[in-house]
Design a protein around this ligand. Structure first.
Ligand SMILES: Cc1cc2nc3c(=O)[nH]c(=O)nc-3n(C[C@H](O)[C@H](O)[C@H](O)COP(=O)(O)O)c2cc1C
Length: 295
């Protein structure tokens, strides 16, 4: 996750038994190299790097990932065709994030090892079709033979079990870890996340790249511009550069872009990542013992 998952969060999640992922989308190439090296020193367990495929310096990121011996790459936001083969030729496991069964099939054709089926509830960039996790997981499971990881709206063990009952072989949680001690997000943003209520997030900027964020002053500006019929160029100008950094990393809660999922309304405290993983796992095993309420 941009501005949230650097080496501290990724290594803490991996050390706790999850698969921590470094979000390279907000990193310059040399910063990414530093985070990979620090993560390697902080954990002996597997971790991955997420690469948004539309990133301008993508070839440099891929080169660094290969040079530094990263074993797992999660790609997103783009066509997996070009880079999957390059990564797989180096023995790297490639997982691609999709928002529809059409894109899932394309990822399978491109040679990806698995897909993340990420539904409408999810924080950050999202699909235009607005397919919810509840509908997307079974659709993607039916569409491909490779393993499916469910994402979007998962913050408890019971939700994790539900995703797996629908055919997912694992889950990816994002927003849950924004509210962790190790996330590099600004404390003001973390506090805003844990204080948010149902309905406080919205999917916006569908003319550019749809993104789910908290409804703040910046969101209202985007809404007003859209109501007035703003062109994609005008929206791009409004978005400007570094909006996400301003909000999530620098803590400007009015002018910044505050990406988070619907599940933020279920979060009420900032915890160490290891506690979050442990809690998720114990809730999951408890839910397995008592999956449904019997009348
Ligand atoms: C602050 C934030 C930043 C994110 N950045 C990225 C990113 O750079 N690349 C990506 O593939 N997904 C990104 N995501 C999506 C997450 O990886 C994950 O799929 C999503 O958060 C799952 O849904 P949830 O928010 O309901 O847990 C981001 C999510 C959040 C909340």
């Amino acid at each position: 996750m941009i501005w949230a998952s650097g080496w501290r969060l990724a290594s803490a999640v991996s050390n706790a038994g999850g698969l921590g992922i470094i979000g390279s989308g907000s990193m310059y190439p040399d910063v990414l190299r530093e985070h990979i090296r620090k993560c390697q020193s902080a954990t002996s367990r597997p971790f991955g790097v997420n690469v948004p495929l539309l990133y301008p310096d993508i070839d440099k990121h891929i080169q660094i990932i290969i040079e530094e011996g990263v074993k797992i790459v999660f790609t997103s936001a783009g066509n997996p065709k070009t880079w999957t083969t390059v990564l797989k030729d180096k023995g790297i496991t490639v997982v691609h994030v999709v928002s529809s069964s059409k894109f899932a099939r394309k990822a399978e054709e491109a040679g990806c090892d698995a897909v993340v089926a990420e539904g409408f509830e999810a924080g950050g960039h999202n699909g235009r079709e607005e397919t919810t996790t509840m509908v997307l997981i079974p659709a993607v499971v039916n569409a491909v033979k490779i393993p499916v990881i469910g994402a979007g709206g998962i913050a408890t063990g019971r939700q994790m079990l539900a995703a797996m009952v629908m055919g997912a072989e694992g889950v990816q949680a994002g927003s849950l870890f924004v509210a962790s001690e190790e996330a590099s997000s600004h404390i003001a943003f973390k506090n805003k996340v844990i204080g948010s209520q149902e309905g406080d997030t919205a999917l916006t900027m569908k003319q550019l790249t749809p993104v789910r964020l908290l409804r703040n002053k910046f969101y209202q500006q985007v809404q007003q511009a859209e109501w007035k019929g703003a062109t994609p160029e005008e929206l791009k100008a409004l978005l400007g550069r570094a909006r996400a950094k301003k909000g999530m990393f620098e803590g400007d809660l009015d002018e910044g872009e505050l990406e988070i999922g619907q599940v933020s309304s279920l979060l009420d405290s900032i915890l160490p990542a290891a506690t979050i993983v442990k809690k998720l796992w114990s809730e999951f095993t408890e839910a397995l013992r008592n999956p449904v309420k019997m009348l």
